[in-house]
Ligand binder design. Structure first.
Ligand code: OOG
Ligand code: MG
Length: 261
């Protein structure tokens, strides 16, 4: 049954069509949901995709309130989800995509299990502004905690901005006190602060190591970690130009194919 559910979600993502929440079809546990996620990503890897890292979700109150889910979740990222900054994306490849501003890290050392703040910082090479494109495979973008975990936490795309050395940045600035603005065609559509992400994005590294460890996974050198959105997500429209700026870290963005309404 778990294999079947994984195939349903993988198919929904490939065909960009929404499906019913799994929990409305059969009682599944959180462990089942993480196994469905693992199996669905295994399908993608069997088609040639490569794992590039992990993401956390619901690390901010803004996101928890928007979606009505308050428990931390984690998902897997692959190279097929990479959107290069400046690229154009085509909405026909998605069901009902939204975008959210994030902070991302790239590690250069492994990070696993219970780790201290110092260990977390020492494992990171780069910090970056980021955008995540999320696209629930469930109808109406509605789900329970268990459903969204099975659906790889709505992961579908991510953009990374310029890389800054984490240690040098932290020597001069407080990573937990940066303004974050997301714009559509130059107009602000979401604004927040990096402190919205678990009070400090460094906590996302600590939580990711712990949560992944519960399922026998860990962060490896080279992995990306998306720390989670600082604001609610915004639905994408044809023709938009989306950008996000994180104070001191820079800007990244992409455009959406098509005519503006
Ligand atoms: C789930 C993914 C949440 C975040 O950054 O909080 C997430 C969703 O909202 O569909 O990626
Ligand atoms: Mg996100």
């Amino acid at each position: 049954m778990l294999e079947q559910f994984a195939a349903v979600l993988d198919g929904a993502a490939k065909q960009a069509c929404a499906v019913r929440q799994l929990s409305q079809q059969s009682p599944i546990t959180l462990d089942d949901a993480y196994e469905i996620q693992r199996l669905s990503i295994e399908q993608r890897c069997a088609r040639g995709e490569r794992l590039t890292g992990f993401k956390l979700g619901f690390t901010s109150k803004a996101k928890q309130e928007q979606m009505g889910v308050s428990d931390l979740i984690w998902g897997r990222l692959t190279d097929a989800m990479v959107i290069h900054s400046g690229d154009e994306i085509d909405l026909s490849h998605y069901v009902h995509p939204r975008v959210e501003p994030e902070v991302a890290f790239i590690l250069d050392k492994p990070l696993a299990g219970d780790v201290s703040r110092e260990q977390a910082i020492a494992a990171v090479a780069w910090v970056m502004p980021a955008l995540e494109v999320i696209d629930s495979r469930y109808r109406d973008f509605k789900f329970s905690h268990i459903d969204v975990v099975a659906d790889n936490c709505s992961s579908t795309g991510y953009v990374l901005g310029p890389k800054t050395d984490l240690l040098s940045f932290m020597a001069e600035r407080d990573l937990a006190d940066l303004s974050m603005v997301m714009t559509a065609d130059g107009e602000p559509v979401a604004q927040g602060r990096s402190s919205a992400i678990l009070e400090d994005p460094i906590n996302a590294l600590i939580e990711a190591a712990r949560c992944l460890g519960e399922y026998g996974e860990s962060l490896k050198p080279g992995d990306v970690l998306l720390a989670g959105a600082a604001t609610a997500a915004v639905a994408l429209q044809p023709g938009q130009r989306i950008a996000t700026k994180v104070q001191g870290l820079g800007v990244c963005g992409f455009s959406v194919k098509g005519q503006q309404a």
